[in-house]
Design a protein around this ligand. Structure first.
Ligand SMILES: [Zn+2]
Length: 96
């Protein structure tokens, strides 16, 4: 290797949020990851909710008293006839 052009290479550990640690080689001294093959749903086969920074709690708190409403029919605007989505509607507008 050519001297003084390569970054320092560390024998370090990649530490996951689940607690698993992996011995790896890297140019970074410390590596912390949120997810690894030990805890990722793809490898564990379990559903897991990734709650980073309490987003799920925040959502539940925000919509605690809200119940989903029945779907309202979409009002067609008077302007622009292309909003009908290709369906033929009966002409209600009186011609000028
Ligand atoms: Zn993990």
């Amino acid at each position: 290797m050519k001297p003084e052009i390569h970054p320092k290479y560390y024998k370090t550990k990649a530490i996951c949020a689940c607690g698993a640690a992996y011995d790896i080689g890297s140019t970074k001294e410390k590596i912390h990851v949120d997810i690894c093959s030990n805890c990722h749903p793809l490898f564990t086969g379990k559903q897991k909710l990734l709650d980073i920074e309490g987003r799920v709690q925040k959502f539940k708190k925000k919509y605690a008293g809200v119940t989903p409403k029945a779907k309202k029919p979409v009002k067609k605007s008077a302007k622009g006839g292309s909003a009908s989505g290709g369906k033929k509607l009966p002409a209600k507008k009186a011609p000028k």
